[in-house]
Write a protein that binds this ligand. Structure first.
Ligand code: ATP
Ligand code: LTN
Length: 328
């Protein structure tokens, strides 16, 4: 069975974008692949986090993993910092990365544009740590949203470079990016990605949002003056985004939805999208409420770290031997 791995960095509450672009797919993959999913808590602190908020976000993220259908019996779920080889191999991968390569990372460029002072070195080397996360497990596939493709490609380049220098050590990973829903856009500005770092909060639906509030956000999503439900990302980015959200959640192909809405107004369309989103959130939240009250979180993480650790320590040992760091 091929191995698949992915992670989420919960620097805030998880969003509908995270769900459609990433989480929901992990759930689908758990029977077809040997799946490892983790909470990238080391990645979170590349930007300052209030410890109280971070603790809550991490706990909620694990509860949401489970609430969305990840099953600890069918996949391995763990916290990155519980498996020490991530940080260790992260440093070794930083030593394989060229500054020129890291300078080209679009996410770094976007996140640091116009901010001179408070950019941490951690944020800069984040893609090297991400490469370590992937390479430690010999992952064949890495399902991610569109914005992470470049980072997975860097992991592949570093693996190749390491293999050339030190002999076959790492499997070369491939990103897996779905066609519809790989980039859910902000509801208030469909030229931007729906992001948990959204400061206005209007463009982003959180998985734990009050259901009525989430529906309101859909109803006030920015659209256009065309007045006809069509899938055209350039001319009608807002409507196209709602179509992607609806199609991803209901499974109905975009063309069918477009056909059903010919001759009808945006109001009616938005109402159906709001209902579909509301129903999905309700399902997730009901499960979430059960899980946070149980001892499932602790048990999942303990068992997950043991399972992941067995693979990671072995791999790290092999890498260090290859590099000449370990002598016995
Ligand atoms: P931020 O929103 O702060 O930039 P992020 O949401 O991209 O962070 P993660 O939480 O680590 O960071 O993302 C987890 C996964 O969710 C990644 O695979 C990412 O590509 C995917 N993802 C995030 N936002 C979206 C979105 N709007 N549409 C589709 N996928 C997304
Ligand atoms: N950088 C990713 C989170 C992440 C990840 C990974 C995803 C950290 N390590 C390894 C896949 C594989 C992000 O989505 N922000």
């Amino acid at each position: 069975m091929k191995r698949m791995l992915s992670g989420i960095k919960p620097t805030g509450q998880l969003t509908l974008g995270n769900y459609i672009g990433a989480l929901r797919n992990f759930v689908r993959y758990q029977d077809d692949y040997e799946l490892y999913v983790f909470i990238a808590n080391l990645h979170c602190v590349t930007v300052y986090q209030d410890p109280k908020d971070l603790r809550k976000n991490l706990k909620d993220a694990i509860a949401l993993y489970l609430a969305c259908g990840l099953d600890p019996e069918r996949c391995t779920i763990f916290l990155q910092s519980d498996v020490l080889p991530h940080a260790q191999l992260g440093f070794l991968m930083t030593c394989q990365s060229y500054m020129g390569e890291l300078n080209r990372m679009t996410q770094f460029k976007e996140k640091t544009a116009n901010k001179e002072e408070s950019i941490t070195a951690g944020l800069y080397v984040y893609p090297s740590l991400m490469a370590a996360d992937i390479l430690l497990y010999d992952a064949d596939y890495v399902p991610v949203g569109d914005d992470q493709k470049q980072h997975v490609e860097l992991a592949r380049d570093l693996a190749q470079r390491f293999n050339n220098r030190y002999g076959e050590t790492f499997v070369l990973p491939e990103p897996v990016i779905q066609k519809v829903g790989a980039r859910i856009m902000s509801l208030s500005d469909p030229s931007k990605k729906m992001s948990k770092s959204d400061e206005t909060n209007k463009g982003c639906i959180y998985l734990l949002d009050d259901i009525n509030l989430a529906k309101k956000k859909i109803m006030s999503a920015v659209t256009d003056m065309v007045g006809c439900v069509n899938y055209n990302k350039e001319l009608q980015p807002g409507i196209s985004n709602l179509l992607e959200i609806m199609s991803s959640l209901s499974g109905e192909p975009i063309e069918h939805i477009v056909e059903r809405y010919q001759g009808k107004g945006y109001g009616e369309f938005k109402k159906e999208v709001a209902e579909v989103v509301g129903a999905e959130l309700q399902k997730i939240q009901d499960r979430y409420n059960e899980i946070v009250r149980s001892d499932l979180l602790e048990r999942t993480l303990r068992e997950g770290a043991e399972k992941a650790g067995r693979i990671a320590y072995k791999k790290l040992k092999k890498v260090q031997k290859r590099m000449g760091i370990d002598i016995f």
